[in-house]
Design a protein around this ligand. Structure first.
Ligand code: GLY
Ligand code: MN
Length: 482
């Protein structure tokens, strides 16, 4: 069975037969319950995003699946997380969203009608699917929890709703159709592929997420607030982490507990990198010790129930004090980040904050007597020390940590900042432990400082300012908790 097609999960080897008399007894004696769900906040914004999509593709049918369950192993799936484009157009919550849902914008004489094809409750009427609720470990409500009725979904999202099994019929006919392909195998099979038209749709959906509305900014503010709380949890837990062979895992667990408590979970797997592990940009193995003289680089983000996420990094002295050389590197990254932050304003080219940060790094490393790692005559200034800075200094943030990934260069990397853009500023210096081009005392030091910003009409607001960033403040914070 294709485990990504939303089909019911068959019986597992350890599942017992349900005798006919028992099956019959399951069909009666249930009360009708009402979830009494409030209208999901943010649905007005989702409606105006659907209106913009309708305007962009007049006369065409637009199909945006939520995606489905993905097998982790054997008969267990990964937790379901709806596709970001689907969330952007429905404002559904991950805690309520139903795998294999599909949003269809059906063209009418003037614009489109939006219909959400989805699963309602597991039926208990003894019909063809009447055993699902207790026997289907993938979709049965006794296995995975109460779902909304179709009417409850319609009320919660302010959308017309239809049963998912009517989708095939709805996608038939000669209407020109664009699909967000690759998210739902059964939808993909129903609609002939049109690569360039579909790429155009994916680009539009991605670019329409660049500017956040007020509700989205409130979601991001909340997600960053939860993230900040997780960093405080970790700072308080540093002494315990130093007692354990896999202290990085303890740190990861501490942050992740906050993420599950406050949000749906993580925006990305937590990076808990102590010592030289901090030189690995996405160190997610997290199986190392956390030693008192080390730095701990924690790069983590809580994803709210709406799936908007924070993305923050702090590099903390585990013992509460930087060594002289750690402090020197921290000061330089701090100065670079500060220069990057100062370059954030509406109208500024997106590349400006990175260039400002890299200029400070280059001047600092020049002053330390390090040699540019690429020929200055032929390498653009921001890349001269790329061997130690490795990557760009920030990215758009939203429903995805690396948001708007299908936007065209001219709309994103080569575009200009606008009010409502939300982005990270996160320069770093990474001196690999085996890098013979740097003095020995620098080897194995990795430092990144990352904050989240919303561009305003006259500058930028830091969403993560509640977390100490300045080096003395970081020392005071971590040492006060010991
Ligand atoms: N926080 C992970 C990243 O930005 O790549
Ligand atoms: Mn980031």
């Amino acid at each position: 069975m294709d485990r990504q097609d939303g089909a019911p999960r068959g019986r597992s080897s350890h599942d017992r037969e349900v005798p006919a008399a028992v099956a019959a007894s399951f069909q009666e004696g249930w009360e009708n319950t009402d979830l009494k769900l409030p209208r999901s906040s943010g649905t007005e914004g989702a409606a105006s995003r659907r209106a913009a999509l309708s305007e962009r593709f007049p006369g065409e049918r637009i199909v945006v699946p939520s995606g489905g369950l993905k097998t982790r192993s054997n008969d267990f799936d990964y937790p379901f997380r709806p596709h970001s484009a689907f969330l952007h157009l429905t404002a559904d919550r991950a805690t309520q969203a139903v795998p294999d849902s599909v949003l269809v914008l059906e063209p009418t004489g003037h614009g489109h009608t939006a219909v959400l094809f989805t699963r309602g409750r597991s039926p208990r009427d003894g019909g063809p699917n009447g055993a699902e609720f207790y026997s289907d470990r993938r979709h049965g409500e006794f296995w995975t929890g109460r779902r909304r009725t179709l009417a409850e979904t319609a009320d919660a999202l302010g959308l017309e709703v239809a049963p998912r099994d009517r989708l095939e019929q709805a996608l038939a006919g000669g209407v020109p159709t664009r699909v967000l392909r690759g998210e739902d195998a059964r939808v993909d099979a129903l609609v002939p592929e049109k690569p360039s038209a579909e790429a155009e749709l994916a680009t539009f959906l991605s670019e329409s997420r660049l500017v956040k509305d007020e509700w989205e900014i409130a979601q991001l503010r909340a997600a960053v607030g939860f993230t900040v709380a997780g960093f405080h949890d970790v700072a308080a837990d540093l002494p315990r982490a130093t007692e354990l062979a896999r202290g990085e895992r303890w740190i990861e667990g501490t942050f992740n507990r906050r993420a599950r408590l406050e949000g749906y979970g993580l925006g990305f797997d937590t990076i808990a990198a102590a010592g030289a592990h901090a030189c690995v940009l996405h160190w997610m193995r997290n199986d190392g010790p956390v030693r008192p003289g080390d730095l701990l680089l924690l790069d983590a983000g809580v994803e709210a129930d709406s799936c908007y996420t924070g993305d923050v990094t702090r590099t903390l002295p585990v013992g509460g004090r930087f060594t002289d050389v750690q402090r020197r590197v921290y000061d330089l990254v701090f100065a670079a980040q500060s220069a990057g932050i100062a370059a954030l304003r509406p109208g500024a080219p997106f590349g400006d904050f990175h260039e400002a940060a890299m200029r400070v790094i280059a001047e600092g490393l020049d002053a330390w007597g390090l040699r540019p790692t690429s020929d200055p005559a032929t390498t653009p200034a921001p890349d001269r020390y790329r061997r130690y800075t490795l990557c760009g200094s920030g990215h758009m943030l939203g429903l995805d940590c690396h948001d708007c990934a299908s936007a065209r260069t001219e709309a994103y990397l080569g575009g200009a900042l606008e009010p409502g853009h939300v982005l990270t500023v996160e320069p770093g210096l990474y001196f690999q432990p085996d890098d013979l081009t740097v003095p020995e005392e620098l080897r194995g030091i990795g430092i990144r400082i990352e904050d989240d910003f919303v561009i305003t009409t006259d500058g930028a607001e830091c969403l993560s300012s509640a977390l100490p960033r300045q080096p003395d403040a970081v020392e005071a914070w971590t040492s006060s908790l010991r």
